[in-house]
Design a protein around this ligand. Sequence first.
Ligand code: SF4
Length: 329
Amino acid sequence: MKPFVYSRATEAAAAVRQVSNERSAKFIAGGTNLLDLMKSGVELPDRLVDIARLPLAEITALPQGGVRIGAMARNSTAANHPLVRERYPVLTQAFLAGATGQIRNMASVGGNLMQRTRCPYFYDPAMRCNKREPGSGCSAVEGFNRIHAVLGASEQCIAVHPSDMCVALAALDAVVRVQGPEGEREIPFDDFHRLPGDTPQQDTNLRHGELITAVDLPALPFAKRSHYLKVRDRASYEFALVSVAAVLDVSGGRVRDARVALGGVAHKPWRAREAEKILTGARANEETYRKAAEAALSGARAYKHNTFKIELAKRAIVRALSTAGGSGA
Ligand code: SF4
C-alpha cells in the first residue's frame, strides 16, 4: 500500500479544511470500502483525515415529522433506531440487507453514501476501466457483465451502485446535508449520485472537501407501509442483483401515492417514476403492479450476460409492491 499521512479531526470545520487544502486527501470513517480500494491500489490518497469521532452520530426527530440521521451513525445503529424502525421500515430493512453484522457495526451512514461500485474490473488495476483511469476503456462492456447495469448506462461505464441503504433513501426523497469550504448546502437525493455519461470517474456531485454531515428524511406518514426486497446470489453478505424499495399509500383499494426505487440496475439508485405514475390513482392489485413493473423497465438495455436482470427486476417490483400494498384495504 502506498504510504499516506493520517490525522484525526475533532471538529467538522477542521476536517473540511484539511481535505480541501490537499487535492489527494480523503475523509475516512469506518473504512469498510476505502481500505479495500487502497490495498488494491485503486485509491491512492496522500492523506487520510479520520472523521469517525466527529460528533455527527445523533439520530433525532425533526419538527415537521421527519428524522435526521447523523453521517457518523453506524449502519447497525441507524437500522435499529426506534424512529427509523417505526417511521421508515423500508430503510431498516435495507440497512439489514446490506453486508454483515460486523461491517454494519463499522460502516457509517455517510460512508455508505460514498460506496464505490463492486465491478470486478474496477478493483483490478491490470484491467481497462474508465472509472479508475478515464479514457482507458471499459472491460465490462465486452467482458463478463452479469452484475452490470440495464438502466442509465453509457458506453463509458455500465457499473451499478452497490448500496442497499441508498435505494431506500431514494424512495424516501432524502436530503443529504454537507459542509464544505464555502459553507453548508443541501443536496436532494436524486441529485447526489450521478449516471456515468462521459465522466464515470465521478460517482457523486460532491465537491472536493465537502463533508457529509447528515441525511434528512422528510415526513412521509405512509412510509410505515413499505418494503425492501433484495434478490441476490446467496442469502447474506452479497450485493443485490436487483433490489426494490416500495412505499405505498393505499386506501379503499386504491393507490393514493407511491414511491419506487431500484437497486442493482444502474450507476445510481434508480427512482422508477414511470412506475409511480402508473400506480398513483390505480387499483392496488397485481394487474396494476405488473403494469408499473413494465413501465419501470421499459427503457432497459441488457448486455451479453445480464438479460435476466430485466425480467428479475419486473418480478421483484411486483412482489415488493404486493408486500407493501397488502390487500389494498
Ligand atoms: Fe470500469 Fe465501469 Fe467499465 Fe466496470 S463498468 S470496468 S467500473 S468503466
